[in-house]
Design a protein around this ligand. Sequence first.
Ligand SMILES: Cc1cc2nc3c(=O)[nH]c(=O)nc-3n(C[C@H](O)[C@H](O)[C@H](O)COP(=O)(O)OP(=O)(O)OC[C@H]3O[C@@H](n4cnc5c(N)ncnc54)[C@H](O)[C@@H]3O)c2cc1C
Length: 360
Amino acid sequence: MSLTTLRATVVGAGIVGAAIAYRLSRAGCRVRLIDRASAPGEGVTAHSFGWIGHTPFALETTRATFRRRAAALAQHRALDRELGGRLGLAPCGALFWTRDPERVERLFRIGAAADAPLRLLSAAETAERAPVLTEPPPLAIDAPEDCALNPIGAAGALVAAACELGAETRFGCPVDAIEIGRAGAAVVRAGGARIESDLAVVAAGADSAALLGDLAPPPLTRSPSVLVRLDVARDGLSPILSGPELEVRAAGPGALIAAESAPAAPTAADLERIGRETLEAARRLLAPLGPMALQSVAVGARPMTPPDAPLVGRLRAAPAVMIAAAHPGVILAPSIAQAIADELAGRENREALGLSLVRY
Ligand SMILES: Cc1cc2nc3c(=O)[nH]c(=O)nc-3n(C[C@H](O)[C@H](O)[C@H](O)COP(=O)(O)OP(=O)(O)OC[C@H]3O[C@@H](n4cnc5c(N)ncnc54)[C@H](O)[C@@H]3O)c2cc1C
């Protein structure tokens, strides 16, 4: 089937669904985007830290991980150019370190062997790169090309661009079920309506598992993580900082955000403790920024797949239905959208995208 006659329904207008809706609209498909929320990016995307970078979050990493990250960053840049800068990718760079300098050096060597644009910085060099650090670590990795993104704003920009290309949106519309109709067509049941299309893409984040449970339960888990917002007296933090105590970045004038891990089912007391500890860590790490105060603590459920192994592809039981769920989803969203468009067009460039589609 030609892409220009393909009717696609995308469920979920988080960063992943928004990127897919845009990319398929641009490819000429007739796209309908549905979300139960009232606006784009109100799922876990709203609570994302928005680090788009070369540095993998985990230390247990390989050259392949670095290459996949470079491919994902290249996709973000290309998408931002295509949208005339509306995606809002901000090239701020990032500094990464751990308590153990040997591990930092080891990670740097793996990255360097994968041609990642990284530098290894001494304490003096780190102090120059990030003068707001109270006490620079003995060794840090500098990733000068890493970027930050406001994910909720990016999702909004992608949905607006998709609409300009003819996509229809339905917000405030919960999807109740995904079914298979006549001749294998995909049927999305939402708000009493029965929407039949050639393809349904389920990009409902961590809720994708519940939506697809009757057709084929996907190997996807919910993984809570916490975003802490701080008010700060002085600006001046430029690169993203990721150390053993804190992962933090500037988020506009007078504001910092920090990403924190969370217990499996965080309680109000857990969130209160995480907020307090994050504030204390930020005050210690970034003393030159002056007084700070806690603004908010929010928890989001990440659609957890093995790192850099996104769950993107058709269901064996229902080939007119695709799932698009991934961690880290903000980093991978443009690559996922491109991979789906390529699959529909019968193109093979998955190597360049650094991800492969699955069938489960
Ligand atoms: C603290 C924190 C920090 C993070 N930092 C990063 C980072 O630096 N980089 C990175 O890449 N990732 C990061 N992540 C992960 C990232 O936020 C997610 O991987 C990504 O946002 C997932 O996007 P999504 O579009 O798949 O999901 P979502 O944003 O959850 O979107 C799913 C959408 O589906 C809709 N939906 C769900 N069910 C239904 C239904 N039944 N009917 C209709 N609509 C439905 C929801 O309303 C929602 O809008 C972080 C997450 C957290 C919490």
